[in-house]
Write a protein that binds this ligand. Structure first.
Ligand code: PMP
Length: 467
């Protein structure tokens, strides 16, 4: 970070009039690439979360905890491939495993030893995983999970929770942001959503009532750490109740651990809490940084991906599972290498320690500056929120729905300016939040806390925050 060209103390000449002007001035190549990409790519971005005002940075390289943009600025990175790089970018051992497979072909069109080892690693590390199938993304894994739950129970409805994101496919494309009854995008039919029931998070009474009202619920799916990658935290005591209630109703409980897997503990939230779901979806970290997802779970439920031996019965009661890229060896190589490194628990522990240090440091900065803001989060996932501390963060569920709404807003309209200011301070975050990796150093965390202090000063200087 010290080499960043545009850290506060290194600026020369008169300061540009605003954060935006400074950002534009500092990033001419990103600006040009964005204008060019916009000619061919709607909005000029390849993922809606990457949309950024006035334009996103174009990244030239990522290594360890750092990334560099095409204008030569260096950043400490907390975006980390949307949370995929628990081991940091371009980990040498993962890179070597990928390189070793390159010359033996990318796709076997058959089974491979690497795929076998990858499945074994997941079944060793994830408590609920007695069997596993691979997909190419986390979203595909949640789609498959719902199908498996329906086949297993012979029921149709799936309960999901407000603010919980499970990918962009139709059945879960509702209840992610307000208004709760409106799909999160155009192009999604009422029919596709007819069997999805959206309930408030952290409300066991609402789940009980829904299960009493209908005997046609196949699944309850949730981000076990909380909606939006833990932005709206789940009360962990509630998880045990949810397990009990779903067990009693014969409903398949699905933990979407695409984000929390390998972070809360090597075995995810389920290892951390001891609450074991029937099915688990994985993504991000599980593929060592290449595109991957996995559905794992109890053998009896995963049997739906098997055969009864009777073709007619199979057609009605079992699920053939396709996907050109499932467990392709180049991805399996990365996954096996990454999970091999993660297995001893050190990367998870170190990343968690760094995030705790960051949260503590940020809370000190907020307090020292008299800013009503909170740094919170669990494991190596960290969040910040601008406003008085919501009770939900201390396990008080008396205003859980309202607190969830507030937390989901984060920094609101100041989210983009905050990120702009942090980029100018040499730090890249996902607006007001991010992840830590096992290769972030204590010194980098300290520097990041200072960068936040600098960013807050910039926001104040621009009149965006009260002095
Ligand atoms: N589940 C959760 C909890 C996620 O956060 C995401 C993506 N951020 C997904 C599923 C979808 O994963 P993917 O982007 O790999 O499809």
């Amino acid at each position: 970070m010290a080499t960043s060209k545009h850290r506060g103390g290194e600026k020369q000449g008169p300061a540009p009039a605003s954060l935006s002007a400074e950002y534009v001035e500092a990033n001419p190549r990103s600006h040009a690439m964005y204008d060019r990409q916009r000619q061919n790519v709607p909005l000029g971005v390849t993922h809606s979360t990457r949309l950024f005002d006035p334009f996103p940075l174009f990244i030239a390289a990522c290594r360890g905890s750092h990334k560099w943009d095409v204008d030569g600025h260096e950043y400490v990175d907390y975006w980390l491939g949307h949370g995929s790089f628990l081991l940091g970018h371009a980990h040498p051992a993962v890179g070597e495993a990928i390189a070793a497979q390159l010359s033996d072909g990318l796709h076997a069109g058959g089974e491979t030893e690497l795929g076998m080892l990858w499945a074994e690693a997941i079944c060793d590390l994830v408590p609920s995983a007695e069997a596993v199938r691979f997909t190419s993304s986390g979203g595909e894994a949640t789609e498959l999970a719902l199908r498996v739950a329906r086949a297993y129970t012979g029921r149709t409805k799936a309960i999901k929770f407000r603010h919980n994101f499970h990918g962009w496919h139709d059945a879960v494309a509702i209840g992610v942001t307000q208004p709760w009854d409106l799909p999160m995008a155009a192009g999604i039919t009422d029919g596709a959503l007819a069997d999805t029931v959206v309930l408030p998070a952290n409300d066991i009474g609402a789940v009980r009532a829904a299960l009493q009202a209908s005997d046609d619920v196949a699944a309850v799916i949730l981000e076990p750490g909380g909606g939006f990658s833990d932005t709206v935290p789940t009360d962990l005591g509630y998880l045990a109740e949810l397990r009990e209630v779903t067990r009693q109703a014969g409903v398949v409980l699905i933990f979407d651990e695409v984000v929390t897997g390998f972070r809360y503990a090597v075995g995810g939230v389920q290892e951390y809490t001891g609450v074991i779901p029937d099915l688990t979806t994985l993504g991000k970290v599980v593929g060592g940084g290449l595109p991957a997802g996995a559905l794992a779970g109890r053998a009896g439920v995963m049997e739906m991906l098997g055969s009864t031996g009777d073709p007619d019965r199979d057609r009605r009661e079992r699920i053939p599972h396709y996907g050109t890229w499932n467990a392709m060896p180049i991805v399996a190589a990365a996954g096996v290498a990454a999970l091999g490194l993660i297995a001893n628990g050190d990367p998870t522990r170190i990343a968690n320690e760094r995030a705790a240090q960051l949260r503590d440091g940020l809370n000190e900065v907020f307090a020292a500056g008299g800013l009503p803001a909170v740094a919170y989060g669990r494991s190596s996932i960290w969040k910040t929120y601008l406003g008085e501390r919501p009770k939900l963060l201390d396990g008080d569920l008396s205003e859980a729905a309202a607190d969830g709404e507030r937390l989901a807003v984060g920094w609101g309209d100041l989210g983009d300016p905050l990120r702009r200011a942090l980029l100018l301070e040499g730090v890249d975050v996902m607006r007001s939040q991010g992840f830590t990796s096992a290769v972030h150093t204590e010194a980098e965390i300290t520097a990041t806390v200072e960068a936040f202090a600098g960013a807050i000063e910039r926001l104040r200087a621009e009149g965006l925050l009260r002095a």
